[in-house]
Design a protein around this ligand. Structure first.
Ligand SMILES: [Fe+2]
Length: 226
């Protein structure tokens, strides 16, 4: 059995895949003629785009420089993807505004938004897969797990509390019970008690009872297992 390496991408990419799927589904069933329904669906879309842009920024600031420092050029292709994504996000926001009824035909604009969003998500799924394979191959060859954990700590420290709550809102229900318990074990070990409690409550709101019970049991077992 091969030892599991520290993965900078796994958990956050699971969160993003869930947020992107949710946004595609929300826009797909959106009633363009109902202002309340439209507003709710487009708010979910915009929150997802904000989350994705923040994530790309984190990778540009913390992960790509680390990769370049030990293997120059190895992050260039994904960095180019991020650049292109910025333009695509601007276009999606423009289409969302059109679908909001600010001129034009909302129903037609909504259909165009849906297709563009689906293509954008498809590209992003492939992009994230490249990061999890090609980038992780470089990171695992060039860094020890302790160094990768230190990069992760710097990333976590850079994230403001409201953004962290948003991340946990998507991450908690997207992980396996084992991954979820490990995540909250790490938060409990490193964050102040009130921050841990707040994030745990965020998770509780997103989890079915079965998963919540497993998380509580997993956290309770953590000190014994340590
Ligand atoms: Fe990325």
């Amino acid at each position: 059995m091969t030892a599991t390496r520290f993965d900078l991408y796994g958990a956050i990419h699971k969160a993003l895949r869930s947020a992107m799927s949710d946004a595609v589904a929300a826009v797909g069933r959106m009633d363009a003629d109902d202002p309340d329904d439209r507003a709710a669906a487009l708010a979910r879309l915009r929150a997802m785009l904000d989350l994705l842009q923040h994530h790309a920024h984190v990778e540009d600031e913390f992960i790509h420089p680390a990769i370049h420092a030990r293997r120059a050029g190895a992050a260039d292709r994904c960095a180019d993807d991020h650049h292109r994504q910025q333009g695509q996000v601007v276009e999606l926001r423009r289409l969302a505004q059109l679908a909001e009824g600010a001129g034009g035909e909302p129903r037609q604009a909504a259909a165009q938004l849906y297709r563009s969003l689906a293509r954008f998500v498809a590209e992003n799924l492939a992009h994230m897969d490249e990061e999890e394979t090609a980038h992780n191959a470089v990171l695992w060859a060039e860094f020890r797990d302790g160094e990768l954990a230190a990069i992760n700590d710097r990333i976590v420290a850079s994230i403001a509390p409201p953004r962290m709550a948003e991340v946990v809102r998507w991450m908690a229900p997207s992980l396996t019970p084992y991954e979820r318990a490990s995540l909250f074990g790490a938060i409990q070990a490193k964050a102040p008690a009130e921050v841990f409690q707040r994030l745990l409550e965020t998770a509780r709101q997103q989890l079915p009872p079965r998963d919540w019970n497993k998380l509580v049991a997993g956290i309770a077992a953590a000190p014994l297992a340590a």
